[in-house]
Design a binder for this molecule. Sequence first.
Ligand SMILES: Cc1cc2nc3c(=O)[nH]c(=O)nc-3n(C[C@H](O)[C@H](O)[C@H](O)COP(=O)(O)OP(=O)(O)OC[C@H]3O[C@@H](n4cnc5c(N)ncnc54)[C@H](O)[C@@H]3O)c2cc1C
Length: 321
Amino acid sequence: MTFFSRAVGWSLPLIPRPLVRFAAAPYVAGDEPADALARTASLNEQGLAATLALLGEEVDSRGLAAEGTALYVDLVDQLADRGLDCNVSVKLTLLGLKIERELCRNHLALLVERAAERGNFVRIDMEDHTCTTATLDLYRDVLAESRARRAGAGSNGSGAGGDAVGVVLQAYLHRTLADIAALPERANVRLCKGIYVEPPSVAITDYHKVRRNFLASLEALFDRGAYVGIATHDDYLLRESAAMIEHRGLGKDGYEFQMLLGVTEERRDRLARAGRRVRIYVPYGRQWYAYSTRRLRENPSIAGHVARAFFLRLLRGGGRG
Ligand SMILES: Cc1cc2nc3c(=O)[nH]c(=O)nc-3n(C[C@H](O)[C@H](O)[C@H](O)COP(=O)(O)OP(=O)(O)OC[C@H]3O[C@@H](n4cnc5c(N)ncnc54)[C@H](O)[C@@H]3O)c2cc1C
């Protein structure tokens, strides 16, 4: 983390809202579902799959949690109606995890069931370490229920790997290899480094050790027969993951690559041109300001990327591009 990145992180509250919006524009599809659906259609035309994430998390009222769930259910319907190659990513704190676990479970089960009915898939994003155990428990619980219901209905389920729900694991957590060992059979997992600033008691803080744990986790996931969404822009990890895939002779039904909207587009295009399945994480919604500033503060190295992007755009004469 450079001094520049840290300085941007500290000074964020001083940056005027329109400037944050300007800088964050390449990373967020827009305020409305229509913006996100249009961006998804355009990504699909470029041969890229997508996953839509409604911005907002840590809701503190039952009404907001129900509203967020309803918006997601509607999104799943709109994706199916338009035939888009796109699933949804959801944060459990948006569905009420911090209010009441049972409430959150019911919302998640409802969403996953609708996704299963519409042939789609729900990815549960992973939040900070205070949510890890509850997130994995709810994932296992709702997955088991969904599998039982699909088996009863004589269906194979839906989405990559056959299930309608998957989860995320973070390579920086000390616990991740143990979490992989406890996953259900044929799990569908997004593997990422982890974005939250965590204490050394729970997370690896050394950059190279996180990379090593990412690759060890990827090996362990493949060993367990998981479908893996390899979520990274790190060129070293992209190369090593590709080598692991070749070595194992894995087909496209075993993995995909995932990247964030607006980040390292040349790397994602290179992967797509090489015939890899690539999925783009597309955040949208009116909560963009809170999301952007919190993310930038949580991970000042991303603040550095955003600031650099902002100054580059100024130098190039601005515009949304
Ligand atoms: C699809 C997807 C879903 C994710 N879901 C979660 C989640 O559920 N929970 C969670 O904790 N984290 C999530 N993350 C974030 C992830 O944990 C990392 O924090 C993030 O991807 C940066 O790590 P990296 O592997 O790309 O490596 P880094 O070392 O951070 O980045 C590698 C290179 O990518 C480029 N780069 C990275 N970020 C940016 C940026 N913002 N702007 C411009 N260039 C950039 C730079 O060239 C950098 O050198 C997700 C990431 C992706 C791609």
